[in-house]
Design a binder for this molecule. Structure first.
Ligand SMILES: [Zn+2]
Ligand SMILES: [Zn+2]
Ligand SMILES: [Zn+2]
Length: 347
């Protein structure tokens, strides 16, 4: 074959490689065009030398990877036949059987497990939490040992632990955060969560921050209550003192008002030596008579104090003390009382 002819065939192969997708087709067209009887292999070799090629084809078969997950077969092959999709017959057969069993790419695959023939067994003994309630586990598991009741050992231990804690199916384990201002729930609502371990106090916190915040809030409440109690006691004390003060003032005023009367009477002494009958005859009231006869009633002031003591039914000493205090004007008393009452409360 001449060099020119050879170059012409190479160019033709290059042209074909751009339009057809298998070496079989390239070969058939070359043989027809140049009246040749070349094999696929020799056309491929020629093309290779001339730098023409069809892209390698990826096998569409399935195979389990290192983690037992079904992935696409990594083999590539030369696209000899137009319809060839698997790199080998074995790969095709294996993949075909797995597809027939219901496996798809991405499924976990265990040798000897048949998903199609037997529907998966459901874990009916195990428990899980669904919507805040203890519920049947329901996890599917492939049949291995027929006496297996739980889909996993973890499920077995978990269920046993919950039973020991006294839970039953449909028991609620949903709790609400006890922090009054908790906003950690959906849409800023109070936080809810599922918690298996019961709290002795009956209070649940979504997290440690919520617990600390509630503790602070309770401490503030206590202080506020103490302050309110203090304010109440103070008001009560002020009321009592004001009441006492007003009675004191009234008694002292009464004494002051009575004094002029006795000032007039005293010069008419020796009244004290006259009998009650005589004094009554002079127009004195019986309390005035008694006041004048009292021991120590030598001055109008003392006599007036006695008179008010009798009129008001208050002991003489009390009347005398009130009268004395009113003239001194004891304003410091209230202050002293209040500060001492506060000290006993917060001391
Ligand atoms: Zn393959
Ligand atoms: Zn289970
Ligand atoms: Zn919270």
């Amino acid at each position: 074959m001449s060099r020119e002819k050879s170059a012409e065939i190479d160019a033709y192969i290059g042209e074909r490689c751009k339009t057809v997708s298998s070496w079989n087709e390239v070969t058939a067209q070359v043989n027809e065009e140049f009246q040749l009887n070349w094999t696929v292999g020799s056309v491929q070799r020629r093309a290779n030398k001339a730098g023409h090629h069809l892209p390698d084809r990826h096998c569409i078969g399935l195979m389990p990877d290192r983690n037992g997950i079904l992935v696409q077969c990594p083999e590539v092959f030369a696209p000899v036949k137009a319809d060839k999709e698997y790199h080998s017959t074995a790969c095709y057969n294996w993949t075909f059987q797995r597809l027939a069993l219901g496996y798809r790419k991405g499924d976990p695959y265990r040798k000897g497990a048949h998903t199609k023939q037997h529907p998966p067994k459901i874990c009916k003994e195990g428990w899980t939490i669904r919507d805040g309630l203890i519920a049947v586990c329901g996890e599917p598991f492939t049949r291995g040992r027929t006496d297996k009741k739980y889909h996993s050992t973890e499920c077995l231990f978990r269920t046993r632990r919950w039973r020991e804690l006294g839970y039953h199916l449909k028991d609620s384990v949903r709790q609400e955060c006890a922090y009054r201002n908790c906003r950690k729930g959906e849409g800023g609502a109070r936080g809810t969560f599922d918690r298996i371990h019961r709290s002795k106090s009956g209070l649940y916190w979504r997290d440690a921050r919520c617990k600390a915040a509630e503790t602070r809030a309770q401490r503030a409440d206590k202080i506020a209550a103490k302050l309110a109690e203090a304010a109440h006691i103070r008001a009560e004390a002020e009321r009592i003192i004001a009441e006492q003060q007003s009675r004191k003032v009234q008694i002292a005023d009464a004494v002051d008002r009575a004094i002029p009367r006795f000032v007039k009477l005293m010069p008419l002494l020796p009244l004290r030596r006259k009998t009650s009958k005589e004094l009554l005859a002079l127009g004195l009231s019986s309390n005035e008579v008694d006041a004048i006869h009292m021991p120590g009633s030598r001055t109008a002031k003392v006599a007036a104090r006695w008179f008010i003591s009798l009129e008001w039914g208050v002991p003489f000493d009390t009347v005398a003390q009130y009268h004395k205090e009113s003239s001194k004007g004891e304003q410091g008393n209230l202050k002293t009382f209040l500060s001492s009452s506060q000290q006993t409360m917060f001391g």
